[in-house]
Ligand binder design. Sequence first.
Ligand code: CO8
Length: 257
Amino acid sequence: MNLHIQQAGNITTITINRPQALNALNKEVLEELAEFFNTNRHNNAIRGIIVTGEGEKAFVAGADIKELSALSQEEALVLSQKGHQLFKSIEDFPKPVLALVNGFALGGGCELAMACHMRIATENAKFGLPEVNLGLIPGYGGTQRLTQLVGRPKALELAMTGDMLPAKEAKELGLVNHVVATKQEGLDMATKMLSKIAQKAPLAISELIKSVNAGFGFEKAGYQAEAASFAHLFTTKDFVEGTSAFMEKRAPNFTGQ
Ligand code: CO8
């Protein structure tokens, strides 16, 4: 198991537990998350969920780059579409899902945090979509959700530069709800907020989530375009160069091929 799942009263905490790879999302993590969110959609014992990463250094440092580097275009398309479905099932989950972002939330990690309904970040958290450093673009809905959250110019700036955004700046942009000093403080705040929501009418909360999401059009072309472009880039030399450079711990030399 790559997920550590704890139940305290009616609140469930899911901790992604691959600290040796900064909690990067490999296929197993994605499958375990899908299993949890599909199985517990109608579980009345759960009234709120906290998603976090093991340790203090990373929430999730992205998709697992070693795994990505071996994928074909077809496999990348399938994985991206599966990721879209999983992240949509989190976004549409009928109970509040809150990301407690403790450190790096990069690439797929930032995309996971953005698919949650709310985000609390520790002061050391850093958000970013650095896929361009690998010759890629975000493949788990980041082009759509970052744009929804911070607007087109800032989303394009962040995704084109690959820069990391510190927690306080992320809050100023509306990417983060609250910034706290420590992970424990974040857990306390998240628990308090979810406990308050748990006292409201559950059907009203689920209809609220449904209504807010209905305005954002998952069925529109953006997600499909993202998956197609993401997969197309797997056929390029720059993708091979970008992922090789990461694994060899050196700067990439891109040629536009
Ligand atoms: N995947 C796999 N392993 C990783 C990842 C990752 N994303 N991030 C870190 N690791 C590993 C490192 O390789 C290293 O392993 P080892 O000790 O065996 O060398 C270990 O974690 C610790 O990392 P570092 O030594 O690099 O730690 P630093 O403190 O020096 O740096 C950083 C921390 C800045 C976070 C750095 O690790 C980094 O840049 N990581 C990659 C970030 C990134 O590019 N993320 C985006 C990935 S692409 C993506 O998410 C696409 C999403 C869409 C997917 C759709 C799928 C179809």
